[in-house]
Write a protein that binds this ligand. Sequence first.
Ligand SMILES: [Zn+2]
Length: 298
Amino acid sequence: MQQLLVDELTGDRVILAPARALRPDTFRVHAEPLPASVATCPFCRGNEHETPPEVARLGGGEPETPGWSLRVVPNKYPIVGDGVPGAHEVVIFSPAHDADLGALSEHAAADVLLALRDRARFHLAHGCRYPQAFVNQGKAAGASIEHPHAQLVALDLVPPRAQVRLDRFAPAAFADDQEHRVVDGAVVVWCPRASPTPFTMRLALADGGSRFDEAADDDTRAAGVALRDAIARVQLVLGDVAYNVMIETAPRDHAGPFRWWIDVVPRITVYAGFELATGLSVNVVAPADAAGALRAAR
Ligand SMILES: [Zn+2]
């Protein structure tokens, strides 16, 4: 039976049209494994001079030389700049060309989130209002460079979808959204009640604040490890799927209630004519079933 549901946190509407025979295997993706390094990749070790000069690094070595474990560099083709003020940076997870978020060590996954938080903090301290951190992993998710990386676009405006999230936020709605749990603990992982696409997951600290840039070190590390584990679950269930990760936060100077959270959206279905025309998503896997499969993955 079809159901029309509203994501109370985003206002997005979805038609749940679960196809009973569909199992996770229906969506499984088998990609050729990537090589550990690629001579022509600007994010691989030894090619540091091919990116704009780095703004942060972890690990050893001099700037623009090997020895790093994580690098942050300005995006060579920024979304924002002279016409639209802001900053656009890239966080290169590790020198390994083949290690996406799901394959990182706990330490490295924690470092990714710490680096994003620190760069968000930096740009907010320098006049930006809203930091949008995200990951496009795989071509179907919009990645133009294969080497795993995250991006941070610091805007001097609050973008429309972020404003909708702020306007709609209510603690009760946030709690209700967590009905279909995947993981319990200091970081909670769940499939949203009105998941727009199959196997969408949301993560949040059980006791978090409104702004990602203000998260404490320990909380940020815990969220990074939980994010890694959540993506590893997706990969156990669905294989080598493309996915997006988005960190949703309150902007600078926000006074109302909010909780920062992370959305993980596997890109196993496409927005086609109906979705583009109507703004309604169609999800063929019930979030309760997706949560069950993700919970069982280990
Ligand atoms: Zn590479």
